[in-house]
Design a protein around this ligand. Structure first.
Ligand code: ADP
Ligand code: MG
Length: 713
């Protein structure tokens, strides 16, 4: 079967049909809109927007209140505000690149506007004496408060205009498509939708007991909230209009995964039910015995493998709970039956880590473990491919290079995927196709450290059975967590100094800037530079999302090798990366991150015999809920407990900008926040599968259509 990657009919190209009826307005390509040419269409496609329907369902990430101007003197770092003032000074300075700095004052204080990219025309416009109205996020800069790349307009002459009178939607951005443009385009799409009315794919019987607003009203509302919209509710994503859309989106994903699972389970697989001799020998050779939880999960895996249809099992277990050894034991089942097993990790570094473990465990049993990654080239690669193809190596560990063209397995009976939320379902499917030789499909074992409660798992992983390793091996020293305000930065820097002085290593995680990875990268660069200055004698390095993958990997590898004392990173740092010598984790703006993410990040330390700590830095003042959330982190290091308390704490009135679960990329729904909808989503799915199957495909296309892929973080 081919996974659900359908695009709306007519979504490609910009040609109107010559004859025949006009296709549904929803399927019209965006190029039929005024002002959308080929190049803009290309850029929109990166956001998954190809048709009018896609535009209509491109939903705001959040809203900004630009209904009033704020005195510069009252700004605090982290504020997102409209300010108005006069340009006192504008100059271009040369760092590594040219930077335009503009000093803006309004009588209550001054502020720097910083531009890394600017045109001659902009430079011309931003002259001393010009009055400007700007909007942006205020942060601390080298010369006091600043805004990087503010949205601005002249506030004098004929351009003068009041601030907005409705809440301003902020859309997911992509390179080269400005927010303003997205607002214009969504307005056009809304107009079309109003003219034709939006087709509702939920059957009336479901709509009745949903008791949420109709689809078209909900769409209009979330794109253009009226001036009197309840800000708190909207910011928290709990407005009925948002809930209506979230329900549909969750339903679409749930249905999609359910169908996928059904199709996969119809396939034949090799039953792997040997005597377990190899497994016994590995267990005997380990310096530890399995925990009760590991034993239980292993039994579940064994039972699945003995079936004649593919295992589709997810093993959830907190960081350090010992998932790898379960994978190795499962692989031995395949090997013993005369087949191959492959393990796929999301990065080179993690793959190498697994390879070393597997080799250490399996070589004494006389089994060869091959390693395959994108780095491997030429003759060496040919040799490995040859050994895989002829079946001479029974176990293969690698990155996504495993399912690239040219890789041929020989009776692949088991695929293990580590840290699945870094892979899409589709990549997993591709590997499955690789094993499909001889009409049999490989068993699949997926391992993840993302702890999510049961009801959530039923939706997020509706295509999988779930096993949980809910126990850590004995003898770990839990990570101590401290919560400190940003004002005590010096103290925190001192902690790094002390840790590195003792031969340990540290991570520093910079805040996520959701709507711009360019700004995020810039902020991380600034932080790394400042810390390098504050910590002479300590080797500081940086990784962020904009770096080429190879460079990131290189830096991570050097950190792992102990050549780097402090690693400054955006939230990209590898899930599952094992640097036992790292004993200190510092997370900036922790109050803005989700608990699940904080827990994942904290899991990078506490992996060696050294006492480790995690510093959660926050920016005062803390809201009540933010305070509670940080308290949870201080009180427990158990991932499931963190997830449970997270769910409890989430409620209206709290601003959580990010869709933190990272399990599925969703537009409006948040698995954690909208967990209460899930039982109804599951019931609705039954109804659709039983009586309204024709509505399923268009619903899925609408929500999962062109841009969204499962499980990519
Ligand atoms: P994760 O679940 O995060 O992938 P790993 O599989 O990397 O965890 O295991 C973390 C460490 O714990 C490894 O060094 C592993 O060998 C060790 N380990 C696994 N199971 C046990 C156990 N039952 N007792 C003691 N140590 C164990
Ligand atoms: Mg692991």
């Amino acid at each position: 079967m081919s996974p659900e990657r359908g695009k709306a009919a007519g979504a490609t190209g910009g040609v109107r049909p010559q004859a025949g009826p006009e296709p549904s307005y929803e399927a019209r390509p965006v190029t039929t809109l005024k002002g959308v040419g080929y190049s803009l269409a290309q850029r929109l496609a990166k956001l998954g927007v190809e048709t009018l329907q896609d535009l209509l369902f491109l939903l705001p990430l959040r809203y900004e209140d630009r209904t009033r101007t704020v005195p510069i003197g009252s700004l605090k770092p982290g504020d997102r505000a409209v300010v108005e003032g006069e340009v006192q000074l504008a100059e271009v300075v040369f760092r590594r690149k040219r930077v335009l700095l503009v000093r803006l004052a309004d009588g209550t204080g001054f502020l720097t506007l910083r531009f890394f990219y600017f045109s001659g025309a902009q430079q011309e416009q931003l002259q001393r004496g010009t009055r400007l109205k700007c909007f942006g996020e205020v942060r601390r800069g080298p010369m006091g408060l600043e805004i990087v790349h503010p949205e601005y307009r002249r506030a004098d002459g004929r351009d003068a205009q009041a601030v907005e009178d409705v809440l301003t939607p902020v859309y997911p951005a992509t390179e080269g498509v400005q927010q303003g443009r997205l607002r214009v385009l969504t307005a056009l799409a809304l107009k079309e939708a109003a003219a034709h009315s939006v087709r509702d794919w939920l059957p009336p019987e479901l709509l009745q007991d949903l008791r949420l607003p109709p689809l078209d009203a909900a769409l209009e509302y979330v794109h253009r909230p009226p001036p009197d919209a309840p800000l708190d509710l909207l910011a928290a994503g709990r407005h009925p209009a948002q809930r209506r859309l979230a329900f549909e989106e969750l339903l679409a994903h749930h249905l999609s995964l359910r169908q996928l699972r059904r199709e996969l389970q119809r396939d034949p697989a090799w039953p792997l039910a040997g005597a377990g001799e190899l497994e016994r020998r590995l267990l005997e050779s380990l310096p530890f015995s399995l925990t009760g939880a590991q034993q239980r999960v292993l039994a579940e895996v064994r039972a699945d493998l003995a079936q004649a249809h593919p295992m589709l099992r997810l093993v959830q277990g907190d960081v350090g709970s010992g998932k790898t050894v379960i994978a190795a034991l499962a692989a031995l089942r395949a090997v013993e039956a005369g087949y191959q097993a492959a393990l796929m990790a999301p990065t080179e570094l993690l793959a190498e880590q697994h390879w070393q473990n597997f080799d250490r465990w399996l070589a004494p049993l006389g089994l060869e473990v091959a390693f395959l990654s994108g780095k491997l080239a030429g003759k060496a690669r040919q040799a490995v491919l040859e050994r895989i193809g002829t079946g001479r190596v029974p176990v293969i560990v690698g990155t996504h290079a495993l399912f690239q063209e040219g890789v041929r397995f020989n009776r692949l009976a088991l695929v293990v995927v580590d840290e699945q939320h870094r892979f899409g379902v589709h990549q997993r499917l591709a590997l499955r196709e690789k094993g499909a030789a001889g009409g049999r499909f490989p068993h699949q074992l997926i391992m993840t450290a993302t702890p999510i409660p049961r009801t959530l798992a039923m939706t997020a992983y509706a295509d999988l059975d779930v096993s949980v390793i809910d126990e850590l091996p004995p003898g770990r020293t839990p990570v101590t967590t401290v919560v400190l305000p940003e004002s005590r930065r010096d103290e925190i820097v001192e902690r790094i100094h002390a840790a590195v002085g003792e031969g340990r290593q540290a991570y520093w995680v910079c805040p996520l800037i959701e709507e711009s990875d360019a700004l995020e990268a810039q902020a991380a660069e600034d932080t790394a530079a400042a810390l390098a200055e504050a910590l002479p004698g300590i080797k500081v390095a940086l990784v962020h999302g904009r770096m080429p993958a190879a460079e990131k990997e290189r830096t991570m590898a050097r950190f792992k090798a102990g050549e780097i004392g402090l690693l400054v990173a955006t939230t990209v740092i590898e899930v599952g990366v094992d640097v036992p010598n790292a004993s200190l984790m510092i997370i900036e703006n922790a109050e803005r991150m989700g608990l699940a993410q904080l827990h994942q990040l904290r899991g990078r330390v506490g992996r060696g015999q050294h006492a480790s700590s995690c510093v959660l830095m926050y920016r005062a003042p803390l809201s009540e809920t933010a305070r509670e959330r940080l308290k949870v982190m201080r009180e427990t290091t158990d991932g499931f407990e963190v997830a449970r308390r997270d769910l409890e704490l989430r409620g209206p009135g709290e601003l959580l900008g990010t869709r933190q679960t990272g399990l599925m990329q969703m537009k409006v729904a948040d698995l954690m926040r909208d967990a209460d909808l899930l039982p109804r989503v599951q019931r609705a799915a039954e109804v659709m599968l039983e009586r309204h199957t024709a509505n399923i495909a268009p619903l899925k296309r609408r929500w999962i259509g062109a841009g969204t892929r499962y499980g990519k973080v």
